[in-house]
Design a protein around this ligand. Structure first.
Ligand code: ASP
Length: 325
């Protein structure tokens, strides 16, 4: 029996990978999400060993993606995963909030097949655009069955990152993404997929469709206004991620306000504004520590956990587990 070549479905949502600028010299004055997915495919070489089918789900600049967008994607991706004609899926996405979308999907989707998110730092019209190679390599990783065992992945600039660690860390370089602490999960070169860490894919914990709990993030800085905490409470948040100094420290003027907000029922998670490292401060009873999750990932975990009705006494172990499982 001859085996059929793997089939990869591309779901397109816009971003710079589909961006168009008036001139090929322009890498920042462009419109994100301007080009349809068929034009992105036209920039790829013919692939004899992978069958592609592509669908346009949205044409967004991902700075405007809302939590409802993540939920819509989770539904589409679950359907693609269940389709017997699909062996792997690539999601094209703007880079600005790619890490948030990938993390939400990681926490909510049971993956039976590879799911790879990709984007680009330069618009499709730029001289030396990075989108076509990123898309090609994302397709090649999505066609590789082992990829499903690593959870939701992102492929950018030849590196394979796990959703758990992925972070956009530069404003314009094509190697804008990294995985602080962990390093990339692997690499792809000329179709060769190399894994740098063992496969590991914990089960999803949350149903994507439950309406998400509103959670805000505040960053500490010298002279922060005490009105910020009030604004979060008045805005109706159920949770707050405090991106504190160093190991999650809180300015003395702010700490009593956060404690009072906690007594009023706000779930307060201490994270760090440093960009990497575990938060585990002694003497912070009443607060949850983000452990290894950065403020953006901690926020999404809290939005899902509160929506799922996880009791406050279980939140700390959830953050510990999500960080280092
Ligand atoms: N603003 C764009 C977006 O996130 C940036 C990008 O895709 O690189 O859609």
């Amino acid at each position: 029996m001859t085996r059929r070549p793997p089939a990869v479905r591309i779901l397109a949502t816009g971003g710079t990978i589909a961006g168009a600028a008036p001139s090929p010299c322009d890498t920042s004055g462009y419109r994100a999400g301007a080009l349809p997915v068929d034009e992105l495919l036209a920039a790829l070489p013919a692939l004899d060993d992978i069958r592609l089918d592509a669908r346009q789900l949205a044409s967004l600049d991902s700075k405007d993606a809302l939590p409802g967008f993540w939920q819509m994607l989770a539904g589409e991706l679950a359907r693609a995963q269940a389709d017997p004609d699909v062996d792997g899926v690539v999601l094209t996405h703007g880079t600005d909030t790619l890490e948030e979308t990938a993390w939400f999907l990681h926490l909510t989707l049971a993956l039976a097949k590879p799911l790879v998110v990709t984007g680009a730092m330069r618009p499709a019209t730029a001289a030396s655009a990075d989108g076509p190679m990123n898309l090609l390599q994302a397709v090649q990783v999505a066609a590789c069955p082992q990829a499903a065992r690593h959870g939701v992945l992102a492929v950018l600039n030849g590196r394979i990152h796990r959703a758990r660690h992925l972070r956009k860390a530069h404003t314009h370089r094509v190697d804008a993404f990294d995985s602080p602490e962990a390093g990339p999960a692997g690499f792809i070169q000329d179709g060769y997929v190399g894994w740098l860490s063992p496969a590991h894919r914990p089960a999803p914990r949350f149903a994507p469709e439950t309406p998400l709990a509103p959670v805000d993030i505040l960053f500490d800085y010298p002279g922060i206004s005490t009105a910020m905490v009030d604004a979060v409470l008045r805005g109706g948040a159920r949770g707050l991620v405090w991106a504190g100094y160093g190991n999650g420290s809180i300015s003395d003027r702010i700490e009593p306000l956060l404690r009072e907000a906690g007594r009023q029922g706000l779930a307060v998670v201490l994270a760090t504004r440093t960009g990497a490292g575990r938060v585990g401060r002694p003497g912070t009873d009443g607060f949850i520590q983000a452990a290894g999750l950065d403020p953006y990932k901690a926020r999404i975990a809290l939005m899902l956990a509160l929506a799922a009705g996880i009791p406050p006494s279980d939140l700390q172990s959830l953050f510990d587990t999500l960080s280092y499982e």
